[in-house]
Design a protein around this ligand. Structure first.
Ligand code: HEM
Ligand SMILES: *[C@@H]1O[C@H](CO)[C@@H](O)[C@H](O)[C@H]1NC(C)=O
Ligand SMILES: *[C@@H]1O[C@H](CO)[C@@H](O)[C@H](O)[C@H]1NC(C)=O
Ligand SMILES: *[C@@H]1O[C@H](CO)[C@@H](O)[C@H](O)[C@H]1NC(C)=O
Ligand SMILES: *[C@@H]1O[C@H](CO)[C@@H](O)[C@H](O)[C@H]1NC(C)=O
Length: 349
């Protein structure tokens, strides 16, 4: 297994039925009821153009926002489903998902961008596009505009009315100190599999991390699975425990969405245990090798897994609402001033 040839690797993949990489016919996973690729086709035909144009402007000033927006979609979907709950502001008495410890790089400016997109879209089309769909589109465009694959995403999500507690948020998000066994078990519960884990982790090809997310691999004892030179340079960036400094996640091409994450992994130059252990574990190693060799294979699997992740416990139809401010649930209107239309939505008279 230590020096697996490409041929034996391909053989192994051929017998793995859950892997769409070699099943060229399957481009997208199943679409859940209520979502559709044509959801806003007639009601907001320019939706995707509006989102992409604005993000192009935003990224020209700060490409870091692409990573921030991609991570927000991941956190949204893993905690309570892709319902825009990650966007809700909490309060001191009721902390929201944003206030839970893993929020470190949920960059505040990316939440501003989401609200800007919502405003632009609602100005053009009315209050018909959900914040969770806007997050989904923003994540998709973040990948494409950083050099990654462009893929279609089904739309029609509705926004949740409440957010998860700090405890629920912590329990729902995998941690950087976790090993592959724990990660596989975690993802299995939400119907994501080994190939999804390896491909989605490839999102760490863009963005930054705080020292505190990987410092346990440097101090007090250096993790022997980390490349020596890489560890040395990380210790310069993170000179002590509790440093507030940050470092790029992908040393080879920090702002490009490409397959260099897997090249880093094979060279033991990645930040987290959750990343590095994908090479050690025999269930994930073949896919690390494949994606390191073939960017096309990575891109195809990534797009597939993102569409799958983007449908986790979505609200559709008349569930939830279309928020008019992505940071807050809609105010409950007094009955006298409103009528309930036949879709169950509250509208001002
Ligand atoms: C498999 C389990 C995962 C773990 C344990 C994990 C953990 C982390 C951690 C600890 C950080 C750095 C936070 C900080 O210290 O600043 C981070 C950053 C990031 N993660 Fe993950 N992550 C995982 C999966 C994902 C997935 C599925 C995606 C998206 C599809 C993703 C996208 C990102 C991005 C883009 C960043 C950089 C954010 C920025 O620059 O603002 N991660 N992740
Ligand atoms: C993250 O949580 C901390 C408290 O744990 C809070 O002070 C901070 O504002 C939060 N960050 C964002 C972006 O919401
Ligand atoms: C993975 O982590 C779990 C929990 O910390 C631990 O029980 C298990 O032994 C670890 N597995 C490997 C292969 O390191
Ligand atoms: C790091 O900071 C935490 C609280 O912010 C503190 O409890 C801990 O003692 C600090 N550790 C070191 C090594 O400074
Ligand atoms: C949106 O909601 C947040 C949180 O309640 C609030 O702070 C902000 O002012 C609101 N924005 C607008 C434009 O109403």
């Amino acid at each position: 297994m230590a020096s697996m040839s490409v041929a034996s690797l391909l053989l192994l993949l051929l017998v793995s039925s859950s892997c769409p990489v070699l099943q060229a016919q399957i481009i997208h996973p199943p679409i859940v009821k209520g979502l559709s690729y044509r959801f806003y086709k007639s009601k907001c035909p320019n939706l995707e153009k509006i989102v992409k144009n604005h993000l192009t402007t935003v990224f020209r000033k700060d490409i870091g926002q692409a990573a921030a927006l991609l991570r927000i979609h991941f956190h949204d979907c893993f905690v309570q489903g892709c319902d825009g709950s990650v966007l809700l502001d909490g309060s001191t008495s009721s902390p929201s998902e944003k206030d839970a410890p893993p929020n470190l790089t949920l960059r505040p400016e990316a939440f501003v961008t989401i609200n800007e997109l919502r405003e632009l879209v609602h100005k053009k089309c009315g209050q018909i596009v959900s914040c969770s769909d806007i997050v989904t589109l923003a994540a998709r465009d973040s990948v494409a505009l950083s050099g990654g694959p462009h893929y279609r995403v089904p739309l029609g999500r509705r926004d949740g009315l409440s957010f998860a507690t700090t405890e629920e948020t912590l329990a729902s998000l995998p941690g950087p100190f976790e090993n592959t066994t724990v990660l596989i078990a975690h993802l299995k519960k939400i119907n994501l599999h080994v190939t999804d884990l390896v491909a989605l982790s490839g999102a760490h090809t863009i963005g930054i991390s705080h020292c505190t997310s990987f410092e346990e691999r440097l101090y007090p004892k250096q993790d022997p699975t980390m490349d020596q030179t890489f560890a040395k340079s990380l210790k310069v960036t993170c000179p002590t425990l509790n440093s507030s400094n940050t470092t790029p996640m992908d040393i080879r091409s920090p702002n490009s969405f490409d397959n260099k994450y897997y090249v880093n992994l094979i060279n033991r130059q990645v930040l987290f245990t959750s990343d590095q252990d994908l090479l050690r574990d025999l269930r994930t190693r073949p896919f690390v090798r494949l994606f390191g060799l073939s960017q096309t294979a990575f891109f195809e699997q990534f797009a597939y897994s993102m569409v799958k992740m983007g449908q986790l416990s979505v609200l559709t139809g008349t569930q939830g609402e279309i928020r008019m401010n992505c940071s807050a649930p809609n105010p409950r209107k007094p009955a006298l001033w409103s009528v309930v239309d036949d879709e169950g939505e509250v509208e001002a008279v």
